[in-house]
Design a protein around this ligand. Structure first.
Ligand SMILES: [Zn+2]
Length: 87
C-alpha cells in the first residue's frame, strides 16, 4: 500500500507465494481428530498475501497437546458449530 519503508531485514517472506510478508498474528488453527475438528487459538506467523500460517515449535507442541487431551477426553471444549453433510 505504498508505505515504501521496509527497514526490517529479517522480515520473513512466505515460502508458498514468495511475495507475501509474514507477520505475527493470533489465528485459529484447525486440528482434525477423527470426524471432529478443533479450532485452537494460537500465535502464529501469517502471510499477509496468501494467509499461510507458520507455527512456532511451541505452538505446534501446544496443538499436539490439545489434540492428545481431546483424544483422551481430558478436555471437553464447547462446541461452536456443527458440520452438516449433504449427500
Ligand atoms: Zn504467502
Amino acid at each position: 500500500m505504498g508505505s515504501g519503508i521496509q527497514a526490517e531485514e529479517n522480515a520473513m517472506k512466505c515460502v508458498i507465494c514468495k511475495t507475501g510478508e509474514v507477520k505475527p498474528a493470533i489465528v485459529q488453527a484447525e486440528i482434525k481428530v477423527g470426524r471432529d475438528r478443533l479450532l485452537v487459538t494460537v500465535e502464529a506467523e501469517v502471510c499477509q498475501e496468501c494467509g499461510e500460517p507458520y507455527y512456532s515449535a511451541g505452538a505446534l507442541r501446544h496443538l499436539e497437546r490439545v489434540r492428545e487431551d481431546f483424544t483422551r477426553n481430558a478436555i471437553a471444549p464447547a462446541s461452536v458449530g456443527k458440520v452438516y453433510q449433504v449427500p
